[in-house]
Design a protein. Structure first.
Length: 346
């Protein structure tokens, strides 16, 4: 669903609701911070006058501003992966994300070696967090927790506590399993908003079943193997119920047990039940890999006040980093994008 169509729909639902009555958690924009950074780092091969790579840093804030303008949220959260964030899933599946970081994602001309590129990424991410602290947005990191899990808990609690409409921004398809009438996913590379209807139209299944679809097919980007012989088209021939019924993983095993003589795929599913169950646990964001202490941290994050806008310090850092024309008319950009976020009531 394209953004104009989506927001016209939302406006019609909220017709008659004037701006001053809007609450700060009515319409929440949640961004996957590293996903946003790496996309810009890869696409924007730009350096400042000192030859320092600034594409990820400058591009991050250009994209952040564009998403705020596009969605017109009442509040914004930016979430990052913590140190050792993959450890919980690697404890379940040792090969999880085992193929990541084998190749550089940027222009080879930008850096002399992979170590230099890695250092540049770290420097820019640290700097992004320093900038974010000067804006009226909330950001958080939890050690040994992936941003996916934090975002899943955050969106669920916002809906539960404030009846929020949440917009998750990430190119990661894993978030599509969270889609409901109150949680919408925007995938920037496609420029597409995924509502329940959009998920059904795009993938031909009920949003509830997206996690089963992904579990059975696997995920090459995370190095998770699917069921051999089961493809994107064949999965609906073997399990047409994905289109019409909300299923559980046990339903998949039960169907396969009844039909194991009909096709080798069914027998493979039965034989590989333990591995498939592990894959499901690794991928399932309805039961995020985050402990009670982490969930309490997210509760406190929701309840605490949003930071104030510190335009003067933001501009000072911007000039110090010599970002130049990365953001046009910086003072106006800060006023236009971020000052409206302070107008909404608690």
């Amino acid at each position: 669903m394209k953004h104009k169509e989506l927001f016209n729909l939302l406006d019609s639902v909220q017709e008659g609701k004037e701006l001053p009555t809007a609450k700060i958690h009515d319409k929440v924009l949640i961004l996957d911070g590293l996903n946003l950074f790496f996309r810009n780092f890869a696409m924007m091969n730009m350096v400042n006058p000192d030859g320092v790579h600034i594409g990820g840093l400058g591009g991050f804030f250009r994209s952040l501003g564009a998403m705020i303008k596009q969605t017109n949220p009442t509040s914004v959260y930016v979430i990052f992966d913590g140190a050792g964030s993959t450890s919980n899933r690697k404890n379940l599946l040792s090969e999880y994300k085992g193929t990541r970081n084998l190749q550089r994602i940027t222009n080879w001309d930008a850096f002399d070696n992979i170590e230099e590129e890695h250092d540049s990424k770290i420097d820019q991410i640290v700097r992004i967090i320093q900038y974010l602290k000067l804006l009226p947005v909330k950001t958080t990191i939890l050690d040994k927790v992936e941003a996916d899990d934090i975002i899943a808990v955050l969106a669920e609690k916002l809906v539960e506590k404030h009846n929020s409409t949440c917009f998750i921004v990430s190119s990661d398809k894993d978030f599509l399993q969270l889609v409901t009438d109150k949680i919408i996913v925007y995938r920037p590379m496609e420029k597409e908003y995924y509502t329940p209807k959009a998920v059904e139209e795009k993938f031909g299944l009920l949003p509830h079943n997206f996690i089963l679809h992904k579990t059975l097919l696997g995920d090459n980007s995370d190095n998770i193997k699917g069921v051999k012989g089961l493809g994107a088209k064949g999965i609906f021939k073997k399990f047409p119920e994905l289109k019409t019924q909300e299923l559980t993983l046990q339903d998949i095993f039960d169907i396969s047990a009844r039909k194991f003589k009909d096709h080798i795929v069914y027998s493979r599913i039965i034989q590989e039940q333990s591995r498939i169950e592990t894959n499901y646990k690794v991928m399932d964001l309805s039961t995020p890999l985050i402990d009670e202490r982490g969930k309490e941290h997210i509760n406190k994050l929701i309840d605490e006040d949003f930071p104030d806008l510190n335009s003067e310090m933001f501009i000072s850092l911007y000039n110090e980093d010599k970002l130049g024309g990365m953001i046009r008319n910086l003072e106006y950009w800060l006023r236009d994008i971020f000052e409206p976020l302070k107008l909404y009531s608690e």
